[in-house]
Design a protein around this ligand. Structure first.
Ligand code: HEC
Ligand code: HEC
Ligand code: HEC
Ligand code: HEC
Length: 139
């Protein structure tokens, strides 16, 4: 009886630690990413630096429901590459203002530039964030 109790407490403690480690080890993806690497204007993206600014995963990541509607990011969800959805097959004709969301460019400019503009609106000394070469520094 006592032995059984000791074992179940030990198992519970093990599971708790396991869950905590699992949470810490959640896949944060690569530290540095080049988007559109095979295209005409690759974009450099310091992924880890953005996470370290305290920007929530949900600012950039989301999912898609069976009806084609965007679903919000939830912790632990599988994260797919932007162009696995933002392509002419999956999001044909979808737009955000003048941007075409069925291209990686539209997804990139829609996400990256919207936030960078908002940062500049609060602090004009950061106007470099909207310069083409800040993101498109590689040829
Ligand atoms: C400022 C925007 C931004 C934030 C914040 C952000 N990410 Fe990302 N993440 C991206 C972009 C862009 C990619 C590259 C996607 C691609 O290659 O199409 C990416 C890629 C990834 C990948 C790799 C996906 C793959 O299949 O290559 C993982 C995993 C990931 N992010 C997890 C996270 C987690 C977890 C967080 C929060 C802790 C987070 N990201 C925060 C923009 C962001
Ligand atoms: C699983 C599919 C999927 C993935 C992966 C995905 N998106 Fe989307 N995204 C959507 C859907 C669906 C919409 C809504 C389109 C509509 O109905 O107008 C959307 C809308 C958007 C919009 C416009 C609305 C908004 O939320 O601002 C932007 C910008 C965007 N995505 C950027 C990105 C970026 C950047 C990535 C990669 C980090 C990404 N998306 C990955 C499916 C996806
Ligand atoms: C939700 C807000 C947000 C989003 C989305 C976002 N960024 Fe940023 N980005 C920032 C902030 C904040 C900084 C740091 C600005 C500073 O204080 O210097 C930054 C800095 C950068 C820098 C470094 C600039 C430099 O040389 O100092 C690059 C490059 C960059 N972002 C590219 C991107 C790209 C590419 C994307 C889209 C895949 C993106 N960002 C999406 C907020 C964002
Ligand atoms: C905040 C980051 C950011 C800024 C600033 C930015 N872009 Fe982009 N741009 C991206 C991302 C991300 C993509 C999608 C990935 C790729 O194709 O490089 C992209 C894609 C593109 C593409 C499509 C490339 C292709 O192969 O299909 C063109 C063209 C482009 N951008 C031009 C510009 C020009 C011109 C400017 C300045 C007026 C600019 N961008 C400013 C992030 C940015």
């Amino acid at each position: 009886m006592l032995n059984k109790l000791v074992v179940s407490v030990a198992v519970a403690a093990f599971l708790t630690v396991g869950a905590a480690v699992g949470a810490i080890a959640a896949d944060k993806g690569p530290a540095e990413i080049t988007l559109g690497a095979s295209g005409k204007k690759p974009a450099v993206f310091p992924h880890a630096a953005h996470q370290e600014q305290g920007i929530a995963c949900a600012e950039c990541h989301h999912g898609m429901a069976a009806d084609g509607k965007q679903t919000p990011y939830v912790d632990g969800m599988a994260i797919a590459k932007c162009d696995s959805c933002h392509n002419p097959e999956k999001l044909a004709g979808k737009t955000l203002g003048a941007l075409k969301l069925d291209t990686l460019r539209g997804a990139g400019h829609g996400n990256c530039q919207t936030c960078h503009k908002a940062v500049i609106a609060k602090d004009s000394s950061k106007d470099k964030l909207m310069k083409c070469a800040t993101c498109h520094s590689k040829k």
